[in-house]
Design a protein. Structure first.
Lengths: 478, 247
């Protein structure tokens, strides 16, 4: 291989690592009540929202960082971060007013924001550092009665919905990072699908961290009213930097009677370099409540980025006959650490949950599946099926499976299967003897291993996710 | 043409091939027979580039280049195909996807245009039909849950699509019933022509009733100890390998 080829390959590893040079406005470093008041004022929030934030901040001050996960990192100095950073130019009213520099950024990320160039059938909310910079296809959606807007706008325009549901799935005091997010969240997406409406497009939020030393604290709230359905996808990238950056998001989903929410994530935050320097600390709380009978919430995640991932998208299966699903692929390479899984809390009768988790570890990385299946006494006839498979590449990495099962119902049925395997030398040789390069062979084998999860992704993103898996593991063998 | 000159190879400290000399001209099929432990499988792995075998001396020239310097995938692109004794399972990887990825990787290396899904499927379906296989073969995962016979057929399907210049069949007949044996033979015979040559490695004579070789070689203790016409195989069947080491 020539030097230029090698260079191209190395650069391909994280192709979203560029920075956007744009005039930014940021609040002073550090966190205190004044900063929270400034964020709230900046967003023109009603007083109830500010009080909610301050209550969360007071709670956070009393709490401690959780330390039960299999993760190691130097202490995070919360007073050294910026909690708000946004492009300096006034908030655009329409797509035509969006700063061309930002449009270019999203173009480079493969997310064109001009509707004529956009992916057909996908509406995008683009969040840049602390603010939403554009939301596409709003008119098309509003004709169907669907609300899709930045959450800061929803606080002002749809307070009755936000007040009813915000914090109803992930309470302010739920955990350290959720409390922090509740105090300082700056933007994120809000979705409301009215009764009986099947959302006519895929909805998608694209999160981009750009500013240095800035934490991103986004908040997403999705409500599917009775018999409504929606498919939502989020993507995430960040520039390559030597310092770690904090991302602490909260996502809440609410599904009423017969409603369906499908939430897919392709997480590709900057993972740090080959020596483990830099990368995003990703501490995220995601939870969905199946409040109504026969409702369904399905989480699909492809996690390839971040130096640290701490994330457990969960379902509270309250409505009788409700269904929770969790499909996950988590890839760690070099010095990445992932502690991820799900919680399925069965409360209603005849509730069912499915967990398919595929962990792939390479390099010196550590990859942990941590999951809870809890079946309460009220959940007669509940069923769960869990499958956790780990694939090891090389002999310096670790894969760990920590399943917790609590069952208080005699009529419940819980199944758990787990496997750990290595990419066998004979599999690689077999592929190579058929003409595939080492890297293509690893990509093919890994994609085969993840097939049960990848097939759950919306079509448009499945191909992208497959490529991402191969790129994330480049150089991991041989 | 394949020309193996004084090939020595070892696994760890153990020398397995001790000076193999062999010439297979284009258009010919040569059989390699020999007792267990003679180095038959080692020869096929060394020629196709498996890790763990160290070549200490000698060379193997195919179409003018020493293939021992090439990565396995580059040997495949040069036209060498190894039919495995134990084909490997690839869970979750569809057979059609695998075949198309392989075919296009080789085409790319040869500077040929890649086949799109439609053109590929047309070729693949024709190959499946000519090998009397069911079409669901293409939809199943590579070798997963295949019977021994199905795995060998799948090797033949790959060979038919990749169109190698030199096929190495490593005891492809082991564990096969007579019907499956015929399919393997048909697969090889279908490719026969002035540009195709094959090294058929086998322990038994019976495969050679169906793939009639031009030359039979006997490999024993890491060397070719005898070469002769196809009748040599019958002689070996009748008298065994005993006494050959001394020859």
């Amino acid at each position: 291989m020539s030097t230029t080829d090698m260079q191209a390959l190395a650069e391909q590893k994280y192709k979203y690592g560029f920075t956007t040079d744009i005039e930014m406005e940021a609040f002073p470093r550090g966190l205190n009540e004044d900063i929270i008041r400034m964020i709230s004022a900046k967003k023109d929030e009603p007083d109830w929202m500010l009080q909610w934030r301050l209550k969360a901040y007071a709670a956070w001050l009393q709490m401690e960082e959780p330390n039960w996960a299999k993760l190691h990192h130097p202490p995070i100095d919360y007073q050294d971060l910026y909690y708000y950073a946004a492009p300096a130019k006034a908030q655009p009213k329409s797509l035509d007013e969006v700063d061309p520099e930002l449009l270019k950024t999203y173009e480079k990320l493969g997310i064109p924001l001009h509707e004529r160039a956009a992916l057909a059938g996908v509406a995008v909310d683009a969040v840049f550092d602390s603010v939403s910079v554009a939301t596409t296809f709003r008119e098309t959606l509003s004709k169907a009665g669907v609300i899709f807007c930045p959450i800061s706008e929803a606080v002002r325009e749809h307070p009755e919905l936000v007040r009813e549901y915000l914090g109803s799935v992930v309470p302010v005091r739920d955990n350290y990072f959720a409390a922090l997010n509740s105090a300082v969240f700056s933007d994120g997406s809000f979705v409301y699908i009215p009764k009986g409406v099947r959302c006519p497009m895929e909805l998608s939020t694209y999160f981009r961290i750009n500013a240095k030393n800035t934490g991103q604290f986004e908040r997403t709230l999705i409500i599917a009213d009775e018999a409504a359905s929606v498919s939502y996808l989020e993507g995430c990238t960040a520039p390559m930097r030597d310092e770690n950056q904090l991302h602490a998001a909260v996502v809440e989903l609410v599904a009423l009677d017969e409603a369906k929410i499908k939430y897919s994530t392709v997480q590709n935050w900057y993972p740090g370099d080959a020596e483990g320097k830099g990368g995003i600390y990703n501490f995220v709380t995601k939870r969905g409540a199946c409040r109504g009978r026969n409702s369904k919430i399905s989480w699909t995640q492809v996690e390839t980025g971040s130096a640290i991932t701490w994330k457990y998208p969960s379902c509270i299966l309250q409505g009788d006959g409700s269904v929770g699903e969790f499909y996950s692929v988590a890839v760690t390479n070099n010095y990445q650490q992932a502690d991820t899984g799900t919680k399925m809390i069965h409360l209603g009768k005849n509730t069912t949950s499915t967990i398919i988790s595929k962990g792939i570890s390479a390099g010196h990385s550590n990859n942990t599946y941590r999951g809870l299946v809890k079946i309460s006494a009220t959940a007669s006839g509940a069923r769960n099926f869990t499958q956790c498979d780990s694939l090891l590449i090389g002999d310096q990495c670790g894969a760990h499976t920590v399943p917790y099962i609590e069952n208080r119902s005699i009529s419940a049925k819980v199944e758990h299967e787990a496997t750990t395997s290595k990419i066998a030398e004979d599999q690689l040789f077999y592929c190579r003897s058929r003409g595939l390069s080492q890297e293509d062979a690893v990509g093919l084998i890994v994609n085969g291993f993840c097939k049960d999860v990848l097939k759950e992704l919306p079509m448009e993103f499945a191909v992208e996710a497959q490529k991402l898996l191969s790129v994330s593991l480049e150089g991991s063998v041989g | 043409m394949l020309e193996i000159k004084n090939l020595h190879a070892r696994i760890g400290e153990k020398e397995i091939l001790r000076g193999v000399n062999l010439v297979v001209p284009d258009g010919e099929i040569h059989a390699i027979m020999g007792p267990n432990g003679a180095g038959k499988s080692t020869l096929s792995y060394v020629l196709s580039g498996r890790d763990g075998y160290e070549v200490t001396e000698g060379e193997a020239i195919y179409d003018g280049q020493n293939i021992l310097d090439l990565a396995p995938e580059d040997r495949a692109a040069a036209g060498i195909f190894l039919a495995f004794q134990y084909p490997v399972e690839l869970p979750g990887v569809g057979n059609a996807n695998f075949l198309r990825t392989a075919l296009n990787a080789i085409r790319r290396k040869r500077g040929e245009e890649e086949l799109d899904a439609v053109a590929f499927l047309k070729q693949a379906r024709a190959a499946v039909k000519s090998l009397h296989m069911k079409e669901d073969f293409l939809k199943r995962n590579v070798n997963v849950g295949f019977s021994g016979g199905e795995k060998k057929r799948n090797e033949m399907l790959q060979m038919a699509l990749l169109q190698p210049g030199l096929a190495i069949l490593d005891e492809t007949d082991s564990g096969l019933d007579i019907d499956a044996l015929k399919i393997v033979a048909d697969g090889v015979n279908a490719l026969r022509g002035p540009k195709f040559s094959a090294l058929v490695i086998t322990h038994y004579q019976r495969l050679l009733d169906h793939i009639v070789p031009d030359v039979v070689h006997v490999l024993s203790a890491g060397r070719i100890v005898r070469s002769g016409p196809k009748e040599l195989a019958l002689e070996l069947e009748a008298h065994g390998y005993a006494g050959l080491e001394a020859a």
